[in-house]
Design a binder for this molecule. Structure first.
Ligand code: SAH
Length: 410
């Protein structure tokens, strides 16, 4: 297994290059235990069998070095200086190969990389995504201007070298921003999206939609999340921060109905198409802020037996978690990519009627210091003192009868 990277220090993306994989897992396990151990037992982290070249999405920034040579790679941590990356240990090898081809082609087409300071030039970033199961590949050329001279010929040449590419999208990002993608895009070739498979479902993925970057570990993660949900087929389920609807769709097969909520409009469009494509009829998607949506659901006294939540690194909000408390689902399955914000949110939710039952770390990002965690929380059952003092007489009788029977058995 390759474990030496010549640009590791400058790039800063991988904290653990040179550290043997079992040791990396040990470090992550300890870190999870430090941050989450006070809520309950942290299960053994699930690692990868082969922890290299797992990233199915590769983004390269384009620019020039001091000598004027074209370079492409990642921004040095916390800066806008581009570190030339010739070979990365964690990125999909086919995606890297396509990026190298784009770099080679630039000269022949007299295409200049975009210069952030002067606003001149053309190519800002190239994003390549590969569906590992389907083999479909999407290339997004991000330009700093809407004029793309010889664009058609450039794309034709790229496709001649890489006929395995399924779609090419040109994205325009004219803003002074650290965001990779701009808002405008034009399909140059193919459908404008790719499809991949996870847990037996097919998913359509648009350029700006979130899709987990490590598909092997994602299947493990989703299966754990659905297992934790303990679905019997009768439950009403919410999939909050649902992206293109992945977790909700895997869960829908085992639930009565599912509602997904997501902020990104393109992802919601993908999610709806995905449900149709997979012939899943008991799922519905809404575009909006997950916190606002949950508050509305709580105000309407909607029924929710299980809530999945998978917020971005910043974690969730008190507004969201308070609405969860009001909705009072039996089970809450929290999928997190940041144990620090997870710990903060668990602190809040465990003080508000829920207890942690399971904590399962999954290593989605070998060589980096990131770690994914799935947590099962269940609603604390009210004690006898919290219950209404007088139930219906028939209920009381039933309880009394059971008590007697239990006593007899004892
Ligand atoms: N569960 C999905 C996506 C998880 S990533 C999956 O496994 O693929 C987190 C998602 O939350 C992203 O799709 C992001 O667009 C969305 N998001 C971020 N802030 C949000 C908010 N305030 N309300 C709803 N969705 C949000």
């Amino acid at each position: 297994m390759p474990s030496v990277c010549v640009v590791a220090k400058k790039c800063g993306g991988c904290r653990y290059t040179g550290v043997p994989y079992p040791e990396q897992l040990e470090i992550k396990q300890k870190n999870e235990e430090e941050l989450l151990g006070r809520f309950g037992k942290v299960e053994r982290i699930i690692g990868m069998r082969y922890p290299c070249f797992y990233r199915n999405k590769v983004t390269a920034a384009f620019g020039k070095d001091k000598k004027g040579n074209i370079i492409c790679g990642t921004y040095s941590e916390g800066t806008h200086y581009i570190v030339q990356v010739d070979k990365c240990l964690i990125e999909d090898e086919k995606c890297q190969e396509i990026i190298r081809t784009v770099k080679k082609l630039l000269k022949g087409f007299k295409m200049e990389p975009f210069n952030e300071d002067t606003g001149k030039g053309l190519l800002r970033h190239v994003l390549v995504r590969r569906g590992i199961k389907t083999g479909e590949i999407m290339v997004v050329l991000v330009l700093g201007t809407h004029v793309f001279p010889s664009g058609n010929n450039f794309v034709k040449e790229l496709l001649k070298i890489h006929p395995e590419i399924s779609t090419v999208v040109v994205n325009i990002n004219e803003k002074r921003t650290s965001m990779v993608l701009g808002e405008r895009e034009k399909i140059s070739y193919g459908k404008g999206y790719i499809t991949d498979e996870l847990c037996g479902c097919r998913f359509r993925i648009s350029p700006s939609s979130f899709y987990q970057i490590n598909p092997i570990q994602t299947e493990i993660l989703y299966n754990k999340a659905v297992e934790f949900a303990g679905l019997s087929g009768k439950e009403s389920v919410i999939d909050a921060y649902c992206g293109i609807g992945t977790i909700g769709m895997v869960a829908a097969k085992h639930a009565k109905n599912v509602i997904g909520v997501e902020l990104n409009g393109n992802a919601v469009r993908d999610a709806r198409m995905n449900a149709k494509e997979n012939k899943i009829e008991n799922i519905e998607f809404f575009k909006g802020d997950a916190g606002d949506f949950m508050v509305k659901m709580a105000a309407e006294k909607a029924k929710a037996d299980v809530v999945f939540m998978d917020p971005p690194r910043a974690g969730s909000t008190e507004e969201f978690l308070t609405a969860v408390k009001t909705l009072s689902p039996k089970r809450l399955v929290y999928v997190s990519c940041n144990p620090v914000t997870l710990s903060r949110d668990l602190e809040f939710i465990t003080k508000n009627g829920y207890e942690v039952k399971k904590i399962q770390p999954v290593d989605m990002f070998p060589f980096t210091d990131h770690c994914e965690t799935v947590v099962l929380l269940t609603r604390k059952e009210k004690t006898g003192f919290d219950k209404k003092p007088f139930g219906k007489s028939s209920e009381r009788k039933k309880t009394d009868y059971r008590k007697k029977k239990d006593m007899q058995r004892a």
